[in-house]
Design a protein around this ligand. Structure first.
Ligand code: IMP
Ligand code: MG
Length: 338
C-alpha cells in the first residue's frame, strides 16, 4: 500500500510535519523523498529542531526505512551531514539513478541571473542538474560516488516486494501545486512537476498501489520567490505574525516568505489533478487560538469560516475528507480526525 503527500499551494505547506506525524502514528515501513535540496523542511521532534533538505521527515520513526529515488537530487555533503545529525545511516536506501548535484551545477545556477532574479530559484543547482540530464550530458549518479555506494540499492525491487508483502510506503512530495512545471504558474515554477503522479513515477511505482493522497494546505498561501499571489498581504503589522508565529522564513533560502490570503480555485485544481482523498491543514493555530479536539467545538469565527471553506472543497471528486489539523510546530501537535 502506498500513500502520497502533496502540497496544494506554493510550497512550504508543512508536508514534512505531516509526513513525520504519519510515519510515527501509522507506522510506515518506508518513507520516500523525491525532488531536490531546494525543498527544505524543518522537523520539530523530541525537543530538537532538524532542518532537512535531503532526508525524508519520516526519519522520526526509527523503524521506517528512508528512500531516495531515481527522481531525487542530492548534494553529497549536505546529505551526509543530515545522515549524521539524524543518526539514520543504517536505514537509508538510494536508487542508483538518484542524481548527485555537482559544485559546477550549483555555481552555474547561482550565476544565472534569469533563474535567480526573475524566477527566484533557491540556488541549489537542481534546475541545472535536471537540464543537464535532459540534454543527456555526462552527469553524476549516486552509484558513481564512493561515499554513497553503501546506500545504493535497487529501490524498485525493494519497494515492490515490500508492497507484495503488504508493507506500507509513504511518498513525501516536494514543493507545492503552484510551483508545478506542468500545472503551476509558469514561469514562476520549479524545474519539475509537483503532483502525485510524478512523485510516483520518480519513485518507480505505478498508480495501482495508491490508497490515499494527502493534500496539505495552510489557511493562507506563501511564496518564497516572485509569482502570483491572488490577495497578497502587504501590511507589515499583519505580516509580522506570519513571519514570527508562523515561522514563514525560507528554510533553504532564508528569505521572508510572501503571504497571501487562501486561494480557493487553486486548491480545487490541486485536489482534482492530484486526486486527493484526504486534506491536512497546517498552521491552523495562526487563525485559531482555542484548544479543541473536534471541529464541532471550534467557536472562533476565522477558524469556523475556514472549516466551511474546506467542507466546500471536500465536495470535489474524489471527495477528500478533512483528516488532520496541525495546531503547533511539534510533530505531535496534531488533531487526528480520521
Ligand atoms: P527553484 O526550484 O530553486 O528553481 O525555484 C523556483 C521557484 O520555486 C522559486 O520561486 C522558489 O522560491 C520556489 N521553490 C522551490 N522550492 C521550493 C520549496 O521547497 N518551497 C517553496 N518554494 C520553493
Ligand atoms: Mg520548505
Amino acid at each position: 500500500m502506498v500513500d502520497v503527500i502533496v502540497g496544494a499551494q506554493g510550497g512550504d505547506e508543512g508536508k514534512g510535519k505531516i509526513s513525520a506525524y504519519l510515519s510515527l502514528n501509522d507506522n510506515y515501513d518506508y518513507c520516500v523523498k523525491v525532488g531536490g535540496p531546494n525543498a527544505g523542511h524543518t522537523v520539530f521532534f523530541n525537543g530538537k529542531i532538524f532542518p532537512l533538505k535531503s532526508i525524508p521527515a519520516g526519519f522520526v520513526n526509527p523503524k521506517t526505512k528512508l528512500v531516495l529515488t531515481a527522481g531525487s537530487y542530492i548534494i553529497t555533503e549536505w546529505f551526509l551531514k543530515e545522515v549524521k545529525e539524524t543518526d539514520t545511516e543504517d536505514r537509508i536506501i538510494i536508487d542508483p539513478n538518484c542524481v548527485v548535484i555537482t559544485q559546477e551545477q550549483i555555481n552555474e545556477e547561482r550565476n544565472n541571473t534569469h533563474l535567480m532574479a526573475n524566477i527566484g530559484s533557491v540556488g541549489t543547482g537542481l534546475g541545472i542538474a535536471i537540464r543537464d540530464r535532459i540534454e543527456r550530458k555526462k552527469i553524476k549518479f549516486a552509484k558513481d560516488v564512493p561515499e554513497l555506494r553503501k546506500f545504493v540499492k535497487p529501490v524498485y525491487e525493494i519497494l515492490h516486494s515490500a508492497i507484495v508483502k503488504g508493507k506500507k510506503v509513504l511518498i513525501e512530495g516536494t514543493q507545492g501545486f503552484k510551483l508545478s512545471l506542468l500545472h503551476g504558474e509558469y514561469p514562476y515554477v520549479t524545474s519539475r512537476d509537483t503532483t502525485a503522479s510524478t512523485f510516483l513515477a520518480e519513485t518507480g511505482l505505478g498508480p495501482k498501489y495508491v490508497s490515499d493522497v494527502y493534500s496539505v494546505l495552510k489557511p493562507y498561501v506563501s511564496r518564497v520567490g516572485p509569482g502570483p499571489l491572488e490577495k497578497e498581504i502587504t501590511d507589515p503589522k499583519e505580516l509580522e505574525k506570519y513571519h514570527t508565529q508562523g515561522r514563514e522564513i525560507g528554510s533553504v533560502s532564508k528569505r521572508l516568505r510572501r503571504i497571501g490570503e487562501f486561494e480557493f480555485e487553486n486548491v480545487r485544481k490541486a485536489i482534482i489533478i492530484n486526486s486527493a482523498t484526504k486534506i491536512a491543514i497546517t498552521h491552523f493555530d495562526i487563525i485559531c487560538t482555542q484548544k479543541f479536539k473536534n471541529i464541532k467545538e471550534i467557536k472562533e469565527k476565522k477558524a469556523k469560516d475556514f472549516i466551511k471553506i474546506i467542507s466546500k472543497l471536500s465536495k470535489t471528486y474524489p471527495y477528500p475528507k478533512l483528516a488532520l489539523i496541525s495546531v503547533g510546530p511539534d510533530t505531535k501537535d496534531i488533531i487526528d480526525l480520521r
